[in-house]
Design a protein around this ligand. Structure first.
Ligand SMILES: Nc1ncnc2c1ncn2[C@@H]1O[C@H](COP(=O)(O)OP(=O)(O)OP(=O)(O)O)[C@@H](O)[C@H]1O
Length: 236
């Protein structure tokens, strides 16, 4: 049997935009198949952390390895080829292409029959395969964005606020689909309760630095911790 892939290790990472440093000396490890919630108040650097992993920021120091392969020396497309899948906050949907055409752009050389994986994960996309990307609801666009990333068969999936602006029933549907995945996932999310239910581990950021790291279930029960670092009060 082949060894499970997708061990991500970030060590002393400092990065930002040009000379502006947003994340400082950030270290975290996610085991192969692990699920990490990356949480923090607005503007603390969560998006910047994910964007740095995929090579879209200025890195000032530190390393990022995926299964021992140093990613920082690679460009964005080589990182994707190495196994990183990224669903940005902006939802990567081509509005002028149909759902199916959008999905085809994610095939990365795989046969067209692989599209059935996307339709089986999100039957709604199958029903709307001939609709334009611009005609979709916010929830359908998010499904499309996630499904397209998955068609590339990533070993690590990076999700930036996938639930933003979605109705609770659609959030349920999306989280159910995500919980069926077996790869490594880093989830940035403002819906703290859902993120902690999904993840095994949590990392909390404040002003670009790690201020808490530990099991998600313990964090969920520690209301003082959640209040201190996230400013949220979950229902008891
Ligand atoms: N392209 C950019 N150029 C310069 N500064 C930026 C850029 N993008 C973000 N920033 C700044 O970096 C800081 C961190 O932003 P980031 O989007 O990473 O935070 P976040 O934790 O993801 O916040 P949110 O929850 O609001 O998405 C903010 O001060 C933001 O203004």
């Amino acid at each position: 049997m082949s060894k499970l892939k997708g061990r991500l290790e970030i060590s002393s990472l400092t990065a930002g935009y040009g000379q502006t440093r947003i994340i400082e000396n950030l270290s975290l490890t996610v085991p192969a198949g692990g699920r990490l919630a990356l949480l923090g108040r607005n503007g603390v650097g969560k998006t910047t952390t994910l964007a740095t992993m995929v090579g879209q920021t200025t890195r000032h120091g530190g390393s990022i390895t995926l299964d021992g392969v140093e990613l920082t020396k690679l460009g964005s497309s080589a990182r994707a080829a190495a196994g990183l899948g990224y669903v940005p906050q902006t939802r990567d949907v081509f509005r002028s292409l149909t759902v199916e055409e959008n999905l085809v752009t994610g095939l990365k050389g795989r046969p067209r029959s692989a599209l059935e994986e996307a339709y089986s994960l999100f039957p709604r996309l199958g029903e709307r395969r001939r609709n334009g990307g611009g005609e979709l609801s916010g929830g359908e666009q998010q499904m499309l964005s996630v499904a397209r990333a998955l068609l590339g068969q990533p070993t690590v999936l990076l999700l930036d606020e996938p639930l933003e602006g979605l109705a609770p029933v659609i959030c349920d549907l999306l989280m159910q689909a995500l919980s069926r995945l077996s790869m490594t996932v880093i989830l940035v999310e403002q819906q703290v309760d859902r993120a902690l239910d999904f993840a095994g581990e949590v990392v909390m950021l404040d002003r670009g630095r790690v201020v808490h790291q530990g099991p998600a279930a313990e964090a969920k029960a520690d209301h003082a911790l959640l209040e201190r670092h996230l400013g949220v009060a979950l229902a008891r």
